[in-house]
Design a protein around this ligand. Structure first.
Ligand SMILES: [Zn+2]
Ligand SMILES: [Zn+2]
Ligand SMILES: [Zn+2]
Length: 383
């Protein structure tokens, strides 16, 4: 079962991370149960005993194990736990600087812009802030798939990255002693909405197989329904014609035979349409994405200042080395913010950095336009 597998990979590890991060002890027990011992305050917040076993499957394995599935009270209380702590936690991550020579060599390929020239100027050490946001998602139709996705955002450059697995390596190195100023409300709102966009893209990728399987089954069932109703229509026509022949032999004429056949076929056709609509809604995929927790992380590393030149205009931009992921941050697409773009361009109007999709031609007038300058539609034809 696909659902069961997905859940077993993400949820227990995620919960184990949260419990250990806040001072609990956990150990994998038999039958996929997670054994735990918690500090009293944490047990009280989660409304469970200080020790026991958690059951992540929907199966009723062991009577005394605590239900820890996505629908459980425990899961809701874990969300509370973040809220009480301030759902927006802050933390520091150990600074790290790679050798500049090594990194400068890779700069050229990492910073390539298809239609602009990039020149790297000053390289300095400095504080960098990241926002790490975890989202829980559930995709359901006749099947259900659930999981957790993590998005990392550099607050200045708006460079984004997907967190692989549950980001345990990052969580382990976070420390919470230092007082870190919160970012302004506007920035937080912008950053969270960018993280949401990225999370949506990630969920879309993760549910690709599910969507394909739904489409396959929908097509199969629609084909069956069409075949069934085609047969029904042929039989209805035949039986009405037969009846007409029998009646004419008896000397009486059937009135409006074509009209009768037409009415019958129309009735069957409406039923067929209704049945297909029913199938489409049965196989439609609903997706819910909810932010679970966000951490504002302060760290420090190298910051690369550069100048982006396009025709006669120049724009300053800075990208940083990412100590959390051990790599130079990627260029952001300043329209969709999805981290998987391969080639980046610069727009003519404001020198936005955008991916090829976000500078694509308008499907109506075929003119290229920047989705960061014009998020609501084509600037040339207005569509
Ligand atoms: Zn884009
Ligand atoms: Zn633009
Ligand atoms: Zn257009």
């Amino acid at each position: 079962m696909e659902n069961g597998e997905k859940q077993e990979i993400y949820l227990p590890q995620f919960v184990a991370d949260i419990l250990t991060h806040h001072g609990g002890l956990v150990e994998n027990g038999e039958q996929g149960l997670l054994e735990f011992v918690l500090p009293p305050a944490m047990a009280a917040t989660l409304k469970i005993a200080e020790h026991g076993r958690l059951n992540f499957t929907y199966a009723d394995i062991a009577g005394e194990a605590i239900d820890a599935s996505y629908d459980s009270d425990l899961f809701t209380n874990i969300a509370h736990f973040f809220q009480e702590k301030g759902k927006w936690a802050t933390a520091t991550f150990p600074p790290y600087e790679p050798g500049t020579e090594k990194i400068v060599k890779t700069l050229r390929e990492r910073l390539s812009l298809t239609n602009a020239v990039v020149s790297v100027g000053n390289i300095e050490s400095g504080d960098i802030f990241y926002l790490l946001v975890y989202f829980k998602y559930a995709a359901f139709s006749d099947e259900r798939q659930e999981g957790i996705v993590g998005v990392l955002l550099q607050e200045k450059s708006l460079s984004t990255a997907e967190i692989q697995g549950n980001g345990q390596e990052i969580l382990e190195k976070l420390s919470q002693g230092e007082v870190i100023p919160p970012c302004t409300g506007d920035d937080m709102g912008r950053d969270i909405s960018i993280a949401c966009k990225v999370a949506e893209g990630m969920v879309q990728q993760r549910t690709e197989d599910l969507v394909k399987s739904l489409e396959r089954r929908l097509n199969r069932d629609v084909k069956r329904v069409c075949e069934y109703y085609e047969t029904l229509k042929q039989e209805a026509r035949k039986s009405l014609e037969k009846k007409a022949i029998a009646e004419s032999k008896r000397g009486s004429l059937t009135e409006n035979l074509e009209q009768q056949i037409g009415d019958k076929l129309h009735a069957i056709g409406s039923e067929q349409e209704w049945k297909i609509r029913d199938l489409i809604s049965q196989y439609a995929l609903q997706v819910e994405i909810q932010p679970l927790a966000a951490v504002r992380i302060k760290t420090s590393s190298l910051i690369f200042h550069m100048a982006i030149k396009r025709r006669l205009s120049t724009r300053k931009f800075a990208l940083s080395y990412n100590p959390l992921l051990h790599q130079l941050d990627r260029l952001p697409c300043e329209a969709c913010f999805c981290p998987d773009g391969n080639s980046y361009y610069v727009c003519d109007e404001q020198l936005h950095i955008v991916c090829s999709n976000c500078l694509a031609r308008c499907p109506h007038c075929q003119k290229q336009f920047c989705r960061a300058c014009h998020p609501s539609g084509c600037s040339k034809c207005g569509k």
